[in-house]
Design a binder for this molecule. Sequence first.
Ligand SMILES: Cc1cc2nc3c(=O)[nH]c(=O)nc-3n(C[C@H](O)[C@H](O)[C@H](O)COP(=O)(O)OP(=O)(O)OC[C@H]3O[C@@H](n4cnc5c(N)ncnc54)[C@H](O)[C@@H]3O)c2cc1C
Length: 379
Amino acid sequence: MARYDADVIVVGAGPAGATAARWLAGWGFSVLIIERHRLPRYKPCGGAITQRTLQWLSPLDPTPVLEIGVPTLTVQSPDGNQFIASLPSPLIVTVMRDRFDTFLTDAALAMGAKLRMSEPVLRCEQDGEGVTIVTVKGTYRCRALIGADGANSVVARQFGLRPKRRALSIVAELTPQAWERWQGGIHLHFPVGLGGYLWCFPKRDHLSAGIYTLLPRLPDWRQWLFRYLASLELHGCLDWSQVKGHPVPLADKRSVFHRGNVVVVGDAAGLADPFTGEGISWAIYSARMAATFVRAFVEAEKDALADYTRAVRDEILREMIAAHRFAFVLFTFPRFSCQRILRHRRVLDNFAQLLSGGVRYRDLWRKVLRKGLWLLVRS
Ligand SMILES: Cc1cc2nc3c(=O)[nH]c(=O)nc-3n(C[C@H](O)[C@H](O)[C@H](O)COP(=O)(O)OP(=O)(O)OC[C@H]3O[C@@H](n4cnc5c(N)ncnc54)[C@H](O)[C@@H]3O)c2cc1C
């Protein structure tokens, strides 16, 4: 009989891996997380999470590692005009990923999962009875493997599950002086030609600023970032050695999320929101879903992982496709969108509902199709 080191091995201790491990260990399965870095580790990220994310984390309460609640959202259109909307609390909160991810991983360990750190996975092979994982330090066997190893996932690449499309996100941690001049809220700027937006998010004692774009490449990203920070009089607080970029993989409707006894979750599966670039919530949501299907699989339901692909397509991808439509409108026509659409109180209320989990992109898109004509007629 085959020897297993764990029922389930999870590659990666980000929000997706830690969440999948927490649920599976809580249900009594033996779970081993293999992480390339030693935790806590820095992760380039804006660290903005929404009320919906907090619900999806439940019953885990991440209050001890939340940085601050965001009181306002400022939207700046291409011509420099801006408007400020106050946000209900806690619609958006920020985290630092080193503390947040360690907190989530500790929660999985408290449920009984085991962790091996500083151990990059090199390759994996599956056979009829399980999966073999080879790391820089050893070889492990499991019944089912969860690839939660992020944007450059070895697991997704190895099993042909890599998303084809990629957005790009860049983050700079600004010096503490920037914080002293800041009003406290989130600032978003939608310029013409960027195919995305520039952002500034407040943390407890500093600011993070960056770029999110659906363009596959952005050779002049330095100029974009510098001009944006100069417009906020924060360019003096930028340390170029602290600027980090990363792809944000995006699944499409042909994407598959399992192969044999392997599934992918979070960024490894390309499940970030193409409109906002928000990936933490979908990492947590997909990991919770994957845990349910992997549980059924390990309990001898052999088609369960194919059902995972179907469920992700139905529940998450349909949302991503609707989100992409919003991204297309806003990023292609930022002036019109900022001046004519975003500043409407009702639009902002709908967006707030989306972030709090009260409504889906699909429902909002249907509303847009009904009411969009009305807005155009009024313009
Ligand atoms: C600049 C930037 C800003 C962003 N801002 C936001 C934001 O404000 N809000 C938001 O919701 N999302 C944001 N995102 C997206 C978000 O960071 C990701 O969607 C999220 O981290 C996905 O979580 P994950 O667990 O799938 O992957 P990750 O968080 O990337 O975790 C993957 C883990 O796997 C480990 N790993 C990788 N390869 C291996 C290997 N071979 N062996 C073992 N371990 C491995 C990594 O070390 C890592 O710990 C941002 C992304 C970027 C790049």
